[in-house]
Write a protein that binds this ligand. Sequence first.
Ligand SMILES: C[S@@+](CC[C@H](N)C(=O)[O-])C[C@H]1O[C@@H](n2cnc3c(N)ncnc32)[C@H](O)[C@@H]1O
Length: 530
Amino acid sequence: MKIQFLYFDKCPNTETAYSRLEEAVSELVSDTAIEKIQVATEEAAQKYNFYGSPSIHIDGMDLEYDSARQPSISCRLYGNEGVPPKWLIEASILNALKPKGLLFLCVNNSARSQIGEGIARKLAPAGVRVQSAGSKPTSVRPEAIAVLSELGIDASKQSSKNASQINPATVDTVITLCGEEECPLFPGEVHRMHWELPDPASPDAFRRVADELKKRLSILFANNAEMKEADSIRSQVSSFYARSIQSSGGCCDGPKAGVLSEMAGYSENELSDIPDGAVSFGCGNPLAFSEVKEGQVVLDLGSGAGIDLIMAAKKVGSKGRVIGIDMTDEMIAKARKNIADSGLQNIEVRKGMIEKMPVESASIDWVISNCVINLSPEKDKVFAEIYRVLKPGGRISISDIVAAEMPDSVKRNMELYASCIAGAISEEEYLAELKQCGLRDVLVASRLVYDRNQLKSLVSSETSGGCSCSSENLTDELKNNIITALDGKVASLKFSALKPSSSIGTDLEPSCCCSDESKPASYKGRCCEQ
Ligand SMILES: C[S@@+](CC[C@H](N)C(=O)[O-])C[C@H]1O[C@@H](n2cnc3c(N)ncnc32)[C@H](O)[C@@H]1O
């Protein structure tokens, strides 16, 4: 394993960060040397992919890998701290070690370790064995089952075990999670990490434990090669849309350009006072089937040139707010100009990825999106983020392209990817992902299966492009073949869904029991569901 510590000597925290790294290395991989590198010039920052001091690279990967960051000589914060937390260093080292048998250890009925087991089972690659144990096993706490079900994990079949029931031969890594209590000892030659988490006493505390473990285990099990591949796809998609919005008067003539307007479903009336520059790259009109109300906070994923932002801002009025997220600088610049031209004051466009939204948790009433999620190479992350940012009771209205039985030759074509075709998943997969992330009342509100003419507008640049102007390099013969292969298989769908109000009520106490007659019916119902 290659471990590098990189620093710029004008920044604070170098020594503290280095000694934290040394401590983690000596506990987990004591035979590995740390290479210390001083980075003093912008050239060196580029060479080492140095995102600020202090930086730690494990096998060439920065602890907080983020493709959107530019290398530079600068000082760096981790959260609000000047040094990376120890768990981040440990999770990254473990990621490189690729554990095969993980044991979460805690006290009593091991609620914390049960949560760890549930999340790790979901995130770990095939072939990794995940177990949990405590010191006095009883039934799994219903609150643990409830918070895991909020994350789309069914832990109802997990059982609480004693550490002595675990076969040491099946474990190469132990993560202890006790707070002030003393964790049971587990014998053997294993990698050991202690992630102290307080004993949760309220439903919210259970949720905090789950969120914290999810954050840490996502790093432990991150597939770095896949992350880099996903970044490469995003960067190509972004270049396509940068080109598309810059080619004025070319293929992207806007929503008023005939077939596209009909496909997207904007009425003449809706478009009448939208600035001319707010062209649509969408495949639907998500607001048309939403019930966005005055005063609400709306989030538009992949907001493009801002057409849906402007429409949403009118719906929510001056007491409401609209936030757009987009990763393409040129689109963001265009949207900001269009918003300024519209005179509306309640819209903000943020640069970022929809897989890692720059948006506070539980802050959004309505998530809308128009023909964007099909473009994401990490759709599971997008759906999980949608769930995170929605308030309990918040809703989604999403227009997107779905496709069935896509030929491999189409899937591999990057131009068709940017045209919102090759990255599309099937309707069944889309619905399953929406449910899996925890959303309820998941519905298809309408479905428009594209005919040959409409497919042509998706794959061709001459006909005002479907969702981008990307297919200029495809020959007419190839386009015809693709249209024939996809005939009847590609559709624009409108999805709606709801984030349930809290699934663990505030009346849920640790001693929850189905036979407890003193509890209200709703309380007992939740307990007894397992
Ligand atoms: C097909 S256009 C749709 C734009 C807009 N929703 C509309 O209807 O006109 C896709 C937009 O999503 C953005 N986008 C694509 N993938 C993204 C991602 N992973 N994160 C953030 N923005 C993304 C692109 O930059 C582009 O502006």
